[in-house]
Structure formats: C-alpha cells, structure tokens
Design a protein around this ligand. Structure first.
Ligand code: KG4
Ligand code: ZN
Length: 334
C-alpha cells in the first residue's frame, strides 16, 4: 500500500506547530514554535499576544515542516488542522493557513478536534488498543473519555471549573515559581520530605467529573494565612501536598473508569500527563489491575502538530473531509 503523508497544523493556544506524519504513526517532521517566553511575564497565555505570534510564525513553521520532511506538497494526501476548541483568534490563523495551503495545492483539508489530537499522540510510536479510556489533562482540559473503537469518543467526565494545569500554574504563581508552573511543582514535590494536607474534591459518588478550584483556593488561603502571621511557607511541602491531592483524585477516577468500562488500555496526554507523580501513580495502580497504560514521550504530551496529523490520518482513512467554509470553532464538542 502507498504511504500516506499528512501535514498537521496546530495553533489553538500558544504553540505554532506543523508536522508531517507517515501512515498516522510515524513522525517525519515535527516543528513547534513555542511562545512561552512572551507569555511568561503575564503568568499565563494572553490571547492577543498569541494571535500575533501565530501570524508571524505560521508560514515559516509550515515551510520548515515540509523542508525537514523533504516532501513537496504534491506528495501529501491531505492537510489536517485543529478546528477547535481553543482561542478563537489563534484557531483562525491555523485554519486559514490550512485552507489556503490545501486550496493552492489541490489537497483535501480535515478539521480535527484538539482533544482527539492529544489522544492520537499515543499512536505515534505506540499503539492504541480499543476499548480504551483516555485521560486528557492539560492547561486547558481535564477530561476522561471512553473510546469503544477508533474514531468514537464518549466524554465520561470533565472539570467543572479549572483545568488541572491551570490550577498548577496558579498555585505555582502563589508560591513564587515561574510560568508554566507544572514542572516546577512536580520537581519541588519530589524533593520534599513531607506534605501539607489539602482537601480532595471527589464530588458526588460515582461522578467522573473533576474540580480543582477548591483545592487551588485552599492552597492560596494556606499561603496567605501563613504570610499574615509572618510564618515561613515551606514551598516544597505546599507543592507536595497540592500534587498529592491532584494525583490521588485523578488516579482514582481514571482507574475506576477503566474498570467500569472494562477497557484494555488507558492512555494519557496533555501537558500535565508529563507529571512524574501522576505517571508513576497511574502506572502502578493500573498495573495492579492488569490494564495496560501508555503515555507519549514528553514532547508529544504538550501541544504539537504531529498529534493533529495522526488524528487527521485516522479521519482521512474513515473518509472524513472538511470543506473550505470551515472556520475555527472555539467551543467545538468532541
Ligand atoms: O498540553 P499543554 O502544553 O497545553 C494545553 O493545551 O493546555 O499543557 C500545558 C500545561 C501547563 O499548565 C503546565 O503547567 C502543565 O501543562 N505541565 C505540567 C507539567 N508539565 C507541564 N503540570 C504538571 N506537571 C508537569 N510536569
Ligand atoms: Zn492541548
């Protein structure tokens, strides 16, 4: 069978990315222009700043992805692009670049859901075994998804307030760590020899939803109280306590979902899936249940375009095509 090369484009948040993937599973090129440095001083992503960066970078990033792949547009089968969800101004730049590229080169264009992309990152150098439960956990999302087979998504739980990564970033800011705070909290938590006890949000019995804003407030109150009393704050113990609370709840709910849905595999993706504490906890709990666990290498956990190309390949094979009236959809549902 002829090899299938698909160009992926991702601009839903603060990474301008393009990638060529072969047969939905092999990365041929993967270019990511990160804007972290520009957003750092604001402590989070500023939509207007993100859009401007995307405009400046998108053409260069696409050209670079093709150059590194050593392919001409004619050798591609399609262009896959993140259609949503995300920041509207950011999405529009990727979608319009994809449409223009596809139109100019006579290629079909396929709009991909960002979360489907995170899921299919697990097919790059790994494998997806259905039925599976996917934990998507990042700065914008915290979701549990049941996939009975390729291409079918059932949302079984999601955050009711902050995404886990958002809580990580806010807590990090309160204890004086740089943005993005997740990796710093992870490191401090590992160095700590104790932990402050913070609450766990289990919600109603049987619920697969999450809530992190109560935990975030508990940490903020703890730090402010200590400061008011002039007591020193042990940052490492705060980090460890916060992380324990997140990891306990996320692990327990993920494992319970995996058992209830009788899946063969659990996969994780999104920036927070890079968390060592969470990976170790999930791996240990799932091994005990005899359920396979897969998480992509760090680089593919965070936003990238290879995952969009991988998801787009699955859709391409299923005959899905978008048309040139496609627009960015900030609130797109899975
Ligand atoms: O997937 P991603 O790059 O972008 C979104 O789609 O949101 O995720 C970024 C998020 C940030 O909140 C960052 O703090 C968090 O992932 N993150 C981590 C770790 N590495 C990145 N959170 C906890 N532990 C980590 N090691
Ligand atoms: Zn993401």
């Amino acid at each position: 069978m002829k090899d299938l090369y698909i160009l992926g484009i991702e601009t839903s948040c603060d990474e301008t990315a393009a990638s060529v993937v072969k047969n939905g599973e092999e990365i041929v090129s993967n270019v990511v222009a990160s804007q972290i440095e520009s957003h750092k001083r604001f402590g989070g992503v500023v939509p207007e700043v993100a859009s401007r960066h995307h405009v400046e970078q998108i053409t260069l990033v696409i050209e670079e992805a093709l150059k590194q792949a050593d392919l001409t547009p004619a050798e591609l089968a399609a262009v896959a692009v993140t259609e949503g969800p995300g920041l509207v101004g950011a999405l529009l730049i990727g979608v319009n670049a994809a449409k223009a590229f596809a139109f100019a080169n006579g290629l079909p264009v396929i709009g991909v859901h960002h979360i489907a992309g995170h899921v299919y990152a697990n097919r790059l150098g790994g494998g997806l075994e259905f039925p599976l439960v996917a934990l998507i956990i990042s700065g914008g999302h915290t979701e549990l998804i049941f996939m009975e087979r390729d291409g079918s998504f059932e949302l079984i739980g999601e955050t009711r307030d902050d995404a886990a990564g958002e809580a990580y970033d806010k807590v990090a800011r309160v204890i004086g760590l740089p943005y993005p705070g997740g990796p710093h909290i992870d490191r401090l938590a590992h160095e700590s020899d104790g932990a402050v006890e913070f609450p766990r949000a289990w919600l109603e019995e049987g619920s697969y939803d999450f809530s992190f804003s109560g935990l975030k407030s508990a940490v903020i109150n703890y730090v402010h109280n200590a400061e008011q009393k002039g007591q020193p704050v042990d940052k490492a113990k705060v980090a460890a306590g916060f992380q324990e609370s997140v990891v306990d709840v996320v692990t327990a709910k993920t494992v319970r979902a995996a058992k209830e849905y009788g899946v063969r595999q659990v996969i994780a993706a999104g920036g927070v899936a890079a968390n060592r504490g969470l990976r170790d906890s999930l791996a240990a709990a799932l091994e005990e249940e005899g359920i396979r666990f897969h998480v992509p290498p760090l680089k593919l956990c965070t936003d990238n375009a290879a995952m969009i190309a991988a998801a787009g390949t699955s859709m391409y094979r299923a005959g899905v095509r978008s048309d040139l009236r496609m627009n960015g959809r900030p609130g797109m549902e899975l």
